[in-house]
Design a protein around this ligand. Structure first.
Ligand SMILES: O=C(O)[C@H](O)[C@@H](O)[C@H](O)[C@H](O)COP(=O)(O)O
Length: 253
């Protein structure tokens, strides 16, 4: 790993603009280095944060972006639970990501076929290597320590071969989902978690400061050669005793 940075902001209002700058700077770097920017999105509070902050950036050019979903709920796109549906309504309508650069699941398929179809789309977009190497993955973490749709104590945590896995017993509804696997997550050039609010404080402490026994899924995110950011707010960081960086809204990562 290129090093973990735990960065604490006074609130999500300060965190949001810094996250947007991180996305922009990694996009510019990737486009200079290999002609496109590959980004993996997650649901949760990231949807509204990115939808507010990215379109507000001056001169944001997304014409060379390729966007995929770190996990997705198997519901139709017009269902309020659809992560793609939320981004479509709130973000994709405001920025110039080409339609051909947005890799979505086929929500009409059964969950196993849906995972196979999404795997095929990712392989087409990333023809080299065993696993896609994203320039940036944006992740959230649930209060149980899950990330993507990788839940505590689930057999999927041990998956080593698949790029995308189906899950039909998600403890958090909706039960049917598809998710990127740890080999994909840990192959990325850069992974950034965003975790805010006091409900995250106990689990954040466990994930960042360790505990005996099996690790929380979020603690298994350790990019092999990439950067790892934990962008959190003061309430989420309230129980941490490790050294953290404290930044405000104008900071650049
Ligand atoms: O698929 C889901 O059920 C959610 O997307 C979920 O995984 C979410 O990303 C985390 O619970 C973090 O949520 P917050 O961003 O709201 O903290």
């Amino acid at each position: 790993m290129a090093g973990r940075r735990v960065v604490v902001f006074p609130s999500s209002a300060e965190l949001g603009p810094v996250l947007a700058q991180l996305v922009k700077s990694r996009a510019e770097k990737a486009i200079i280095s290999h002609g496109r920017f590959t980004l993996g999105l997650s649901g949760g509070s990231l949807v509204s944060m990115l939808s507010k902050e990215l379109p507000a950036l001056p001169d944001l050019d997304c014409s060379k972006w390729v966007v995929a979903f770190c996990d997705e709920r198997l519901v139709s796109f017009d269902d309020p639970e659809s992560t793609y549906g939320l981004y479509k309504g709130q973000l994709f309508s405001k920025v110039n990501i080409p339609d051909s650069g947005i890799l979505t699941i086929d929500s009409s398929l059964a969950v196993n076929e849906c995972a196979e179809d999404y795997t095929r789309k990712l392989k087409e977009a990333f023809p080299d290597g065993d696993f896609p190497v994203f320039d940036l993955l944006l992740l959230g973490m649930g209060p149980d320590g899950h990330t993507c749709s990788l839940f505590p104590d689930h057999p999927l945590l041990e998956e080593t071969k698949k790029i995308v896995a189906p899950i039909s017993d998600s403890p958090k509804p909706p039960p049917q989902r598809v998710t990127m696997t740890f080999p994909v997550v840990n192959s990325a050039h850069c992974v950034a978690f965003v975790s805010t609010g006091g409900s995250k404080a106990p689990v954040l402490k466990e994930v960042l400061e360790g505990r005996e026994g099996p690790a929380f899924p979020a603690a298994r995110v350790v990019p092999t050669n990439g950067e790892l950011f934990w962008l959190v707010d003061d309430p989420a960081a309230a129980s941490l005793t490790i050294q953290v960086e404290r930044l405000g809204s104008g900071a650049k990562l």
